[in-house]
Design a protein around this ligand. Sequence first.
Ligand code: CUA
Length: 192
Amino acid sequence: MAEAPPGPPSSQGSHREAIAATELRWLIAMVGLLALMLAVVVTTSLAHALHPPSNVEVIDPVTLHLSGEFVENNLGTAAEPDGSVTVRVLAQQFGFAPNCLEVPAGTAVKFRLTSPDVIHGFLLIDTNVNTMVVPGFVAEVRTRFEKPGEYAMPCHEFCGPGHHGMWARVLVVPKDQFPALTAIERVRCAGG
Ligand code: CUA
């Protein structure tokens, strides 16, 4: 506290009461603001699925081409026994492999990405799909596309001189068309 204000003891006492009342008002306002901000975070996370992806899964960026999930012939869209699909993608200077990802509409889609070199970005414009792809980790994003359509997929983390040209796309096809596509057709986005 600063030195006591001038005046008789009774006025000092009422001064302190005024300060205490002001501090209490600020305290209530701050607690209210914190509660409001927490409510916004929880609501957007639960109702709109807006939250940072937090899939802490490690992978060796040096050997991922040679064996395991991200070998070349395992990239692209794979159907799962439960009816969902998994899309595996490599993000590397300066492109995505595969360059087009074909997925069925009205289906649970799980994207799994990793990088053998530097940090890249995975973003689907007009959706809430947005994450960093960090070497040494597998980024995983789950989503669902209700209607057929096409989404641009730019790398949105500066990753070197070719960053501006690092693009791919996602092609959403009708659910009944998807099973007839071969793995090669899927990565070439046949029908798109
Ligand atoms: Cu990859 Cu920017």
